[in-house]
Design a protein around this ligand. Structure first.
Ligand code: SF4
Length: 352
């Protein structure tokens, strides 16, 4: 019995159909529906009897139940309801090259980063590969593809609720289906996975997904500072994390991306920039600077864009490639976990 239909592979589906006494040619038809996020009862060219049989299996769906559009830019934030009622969120951002969907990999998160709203109530559970795929297909079905485009979502970043490498097997399975020609068919080069720095998993990831871009949330130039905002730094020091990042870059030939949220009065001084440049010397990398989207529950504030630009310029002068990322969706609780927490909070207020 398949774990769920949304992430089933061709061979598994063929075996399932054989078990159900159905002809093998149905596998391609059914898979084409599944890859676009359709449930069995929506598969119009499949006989009713087979649709009914397939409906008996878990699907692994994610349905859009709320949508916020930024008034400042084209960013769209979604709340997805999973089949068991859990809620996760996603953000669709528009760029000149296409649309990037940021998806969630877990309900909540157990990593405890101080600047993150997703972790405030801990981790509830991992998402399955099918649920992650369903976040993408739900958005694709919700927003019609422009006439001159092949698809709505051109890029995926795993940077929403959850730590993807803490849900390793499902993440790898998701990546396989997301890049497969008979799955979502998205180029691996257009997919990024972000980790807070689970070192052994970075080595596994380098083996298992060498074509996917790896982003590492660094957020501090030394262990002492990093431990203040990221509990993972107690488990793995920078003397372990940085060699793992270098290993990824050396083996894959791909630049590793370091995410660095600039927090006022915490990690954004000139001295911090000098220390960061020294730490990253000799690594094929790029630093994405993000003025922190303030998290009211944590009383942490981002720096101004002017200060972020100065910090980037200083890194560049120190021979570290760096850019300031556009802050998108600041008016719609764009930071990871904020909208979901609001939704859960309002349900509690209403006694749901
Ligand atoms: S930043 Fe990422 S790893 Fe850290 S708590 Fe938030 S979701 Fe988890």
């Amino acid at each position: 019995m398949p774990a769920e239909l949304a992430s089933i592979e061709y061979d598994e589906l063929k075996a399932l159909l054989a078990e159900l006494g159905e002809p093998a040619f149905r596998a391609k038809q059914v898979l084409s529906w599944l890859a676009r996020g359709y449930r069995p009862d929506e598969m119009t060219n499949i006989p009713l009897s087979l649709r009914e049989k397939l409906s008996a299996y878990p699907f692994g769906g994610a349905e859009i139940i709320d949508e916020r559009r930024s008034q400042k830019d084209d960013t769209l934030k979604f709340l997805f309801k999973l089949d068991d009622g859990n809620i996760v969120e996603g953000v669709l951002m528009s760029y000149s090259y296409g649309k990037t969907l940021c998806i969630s990999s877990q309900v909540g998160c157990r990593m405890g980063c101080a600047f993150c709203a997703s972790t405030l109530n801990g981790k509830v559970r991992d998402l399955t590969a099918g649920e992650m795929l369903s976040e993408v297909t739900a958005v694709e079905r919700h927003i019609p593809t422009a006439a001159d485009k092949k698809r709505t979502v051109t890029n995926i970043v795993m940077m929403g609720c959850g730590e993807p490498l803490d849900n390793y097997d499902n993440t790898i399975k998701f990546l396989k289906r997301a890049t497969a020609a008979d799955g979502l068919g998205i180029s691996p080069r257009n997919i990024s996975v972000s980790t807070c720095g689970i070192v052994p998993r970075i080595y596994s990831f380098t083996e298992d997904a060498p074509h996917i871009t790896l982003c590492i949330s660094l957020h501090a130039p030394n262990d002492e500072l990093r431990r203040k905002t990221m509990p993972i730094a107690n488990a793995y020091s920078l003397s372990e994390l940085i060699p793992a990042a270098k290993h990824y870059a050396d083996v894959t030939g791909r630049r590793v991306i370091f995410e660095y949220a600039l927090i006022e009065g915490v990690n954004s001084s000139d001295d911090d920039a000098h220390e960061l440049a020294k730490l990253l010397r000799g690594i094929n990398c790029h630093v994405n600077l993000i003025p922190l989207n303030s998290v009211k529950e944590r009383s942490l504030n981002g720096v101004t864009r002017g200060r972020a630009a100065q910090f980037a310029a200083l890194l560049e002068r120190l021979h570290v490639s760096a850019t300031v990322r556009r802050e998108l969706g600041t008016d719609i609780d764009g930071a990871c976990g904020q909208l979901r927490n609001k939704h859960i909070g309002s349900q509690k207020e209403e006694g749901v």
